[in-house]
Design a protein around this ligand. Structure first.
Ligand SMILES: [Zn+2]
Length: 221
């Protein structure tokens, strides 16, 4: 994505929130990668955010202040509820929902967000398994990154982190490979370095090792 000037500041707060959620230390280089913005643009925006008091810096690390976190959570909540509406009610395929919801997240009021939550039976996660802020989350269910799951194990996909979700082609690849939330995968021996291989039903699917860092799984029952 390329912006002329004034990249939306909120987009940065959301990106910081989601990098933290994916377990990534937030530094400017990570933000530049996630958003596809140039390092000078990122530096300039971070300076503005420091001035408005929505982020703080310690060394190279960037984190949200309480007000920054509240703003980010409000947008993420609306985004993830919009995804629920698009998938559960309108019947859109889940791999298309992230991009579509990006257009809705800024126009949904708190009141409408509440109605969407009621209409979609108060979900605690988006269709990709990411937690909806403002809802009660279940305690840790022993999830691990697919990248760390042992070969030979049967696991079930519970969450596609934003690091994978924000890439449309990754979601389409998973969708077209028959991998969605709840799918059972058998972790298999990779054929090539930097890849992860899983068996879905009787088919093998190769995944990029970097993508598998953002796929969380639990032991399959
Ligand atoms: Zn989602």
């Amino acid at each position: 994505m390329v912006y002329g000037f004034h990249p939306p500041l909120e987009e940065y707060l959301v990106a910081i929130f989601e990098l933290e959620e994916d377990g990534i230390t937030v530094i400017q280089a990570r933000l530049a990668e996630r958003l596809g913005h140039s390092p000078p643009t990122v530096s300039e925006v971070i300076r503005t955010l420091l001035k408005e008091g929505t982020v703080t810096k310690s060394g190279r690390g960037i984190s949200l202040t309480e007000s920054g976190r509240q703003k980010a959570q409000s947008i993420v909540r609306k985004h993830r509820l919009a995804e629920r509406l698009l998938v559960d009610i309108l019947g859109l395929d889940w791999h298309l929902a992230h991009e579509e919801a990006g257009r809705w997240e800024h126009v949904i009021s708190d009141r409408v967000a509440g109605r969407i939550a009621a209409l979609t039976a108060n979900p605690s996660t988006c269709p990709h398994g990411n937690p909806i802020p403002g809802t009660i989350q279940l305690p840790d269910d022993g999830r691990v990154r697919l990248a760390d799951a042992s070969v030979g194990k049967f696991v079930s996909l519970v969450r596609i982190g934003e690091g994978a979700e924000s890439k449309g082609e990754t979601l389409s690849y998973l969708f077209n490979s028959g991998i969605s939330i709840g799918t059972t995968l058998k972790v298999s021996k990779p054929l090539k370095p930097q890849t992860v291989r899983v068996k879905v039903d009787s088919r093998f699917v190769e995944l990029d090792a970097n993508v598998s860092q953002f796929l969380w799984v639990v032991d399959s029952p």
